[in-house]
Write a protein that binds this ligand. Structure first.
Ligand SMILES: [Ca+2]
Ligand SMILES: [Ca+2]
Length: 401
């Protein structure tokens, strides 16, 4: 009897201890009560537990990305939050405008717009428009080759400004052919596409770098930005000098507005920025362009890259607006933008509102709604896809001079 009594007392005491002094362990063995929010909370659970918690619910992009990182993925553009652009315009919509058949090419004669628009939409320059000309998805073979060429371009460009001069081109040839003899195919291949992972030596991230970069918004914003056809969130940003401000809503309503987001340490962004300038040159009479510099992707205190060091792009993540202005000035000195250049504040107000880190493109229509939203950079950053959307918007808004 006494034994039973003591036993019960002991059991009661252990219960008290368990309940009051030891916090409930948050381990992989304890699944979340509800789907964890994008952010540090995700780190408390296993990928399987997170997936189970989101079963039957829409998984936020940031959770999709975290799952890739947690499982050892390396941000190679496959999966996670890398989705195709959200685009109001499509081949089917373009054909429907002229009452054509989507199975048949659209000829110049049938096309209802100006020659300059036809020319830019005809991506493969065969004198006809087809679905292939407008397809920027990763399943398109030309788009895949384009990624490869960008990677090669960056290997040849010694100062990382996204422009290849004849001297730079020749110097690369000289480095390859040390003995002055003609180079063979496999020498060129091994120099441009080293066997192994897609990253250049010294560029691949560790899992810790990726998790830190994910939580700090360096890999991309944890927010998703406006959806297609939603009103573009208004914002006020300062110019590079900090002396002037621009309010987006003051620009809207007259003609389309193109928003360009980017940062200094993102190599693919730097290499594609001159293409953005080329688009601006062709379209500046038909749309307003606005550049906003956002959070650094590869600062020295984050996912640092050897390929940036090689071209002298070595900066820590700015902690104040003044520091951000300084890095933005270095970026502007290298890229020499003609597009009005602005700087987001250090809390990434605009960068989060548009899910703009590390680089992204938007086309806003004259009614202030999102007509095109590129995929997340760097993989979704496709200036010519943006230009085609802008041209098709011009066709529909009747502003096609
Ligand atoms: Ca064509
Ligand atoms: Ca160069």
């Amino acid at each position: 009897m006494l034994q039973i009594l003591l036993g019960s007392l002991f059991a009661l005491l252990s219960l008290c201890v368990t309940d009051e002094t030891i916090p409930k362990p948050v381990t992989a063995a304890t699944p979340p009560d509800q789907p964890p929010e994008p952010g540090p909370e995700l780190l408390k659970f296993t990928p399987e537990q997170i997936e189970a918690a989101y079963a039957g619910k829409k998984m936020p992009e940031a959770v999709e990305m975290y799952l890739v990182i947690a499982r050892g993925g390396q941000l190679d553009g496959d999966g996670g939050w890398f989705h195709p652009a959200s685009n109001r315009f499509s081949w089917e919509r373009l054909v429907a405008k002229v009452g054509g058949d989507p199975e048949q090419p659209l000829t110049r004669e049938k096309f209802a717009g100006k020659e300059r628009i036809f020319e830019q939409l005809d991506r493969d320059h065969d004198g006809m428009l087809t679905g292939f000309d407008l397809d920027w998805t990763d399943s398109n073979p030309w788009v895949r080759q384009s990624y490869m060429i960008n990677r090669i371009f960056r290997r040849i460009d010694p100062n990382g400004d996204g422009l290849l001069t004849p001297e730079e081109w020749e110097a690369y040839y000289g480095r390859l052919s040390k003995d002055g003899l003609p180079i063979r195919f496999e020498q060129l291949r091994d120099a441009l596409v080293p066997p192994g992972s897609g990253f250049s030596s010294g560029d691949a991230p560790t899992k810790e770098m990726l998790i830190k970069g994910f939580l700090e918004g360096e890999l991309g914003s944890l927010k998703e930005g406006p959806a297609l056809d939603e009103p573009a969130p208004d914002f006020i940003v300062k110019s590079l000098s900090g002396t002037e401000t621009v309010k987006l809503s003051d620009k809207l309503g007259k003609r389309p507005v193109v928003l360009v987001f980017g940062n200094f340490t993102c190599g693919p962004f730097r290499s594609m920025y001159p293409t953005v300038e080329a688009v601006w040159n062709r379209q500046k009479d038909h749309a307003d362009f606005l550049f906003v510099y956002v959070r650094e992707a590869h600062p020295t205190d984050g996912w640092v890259m050897k390929s940036n060091e090689k071209v002298g792009v070595v900066v820590a993540q700015p902690k104040t607006f003044e520091e951000r202005q300084k890095v933005a000035s270095q970026c502007a000195a290298m890229l020499k933008p003609n597009i009005p250049f602005h700087v987001d504040d250090v809390s990434d107000t605009v960068g989060n509102a548009y899910s703009a880190m590390p680089a992204r493109l938007y086309v806003i229509d004259s009614a202030g709604k999102v007509a095109y939203k590129s995929g997340r950079g760097p993989f979704g950053f496709k200036p010519e896809e943006m230009e085609q959307a802008l041209l098709m918007l011009q066709l529909e808004e009747g502003a096609a001079q």
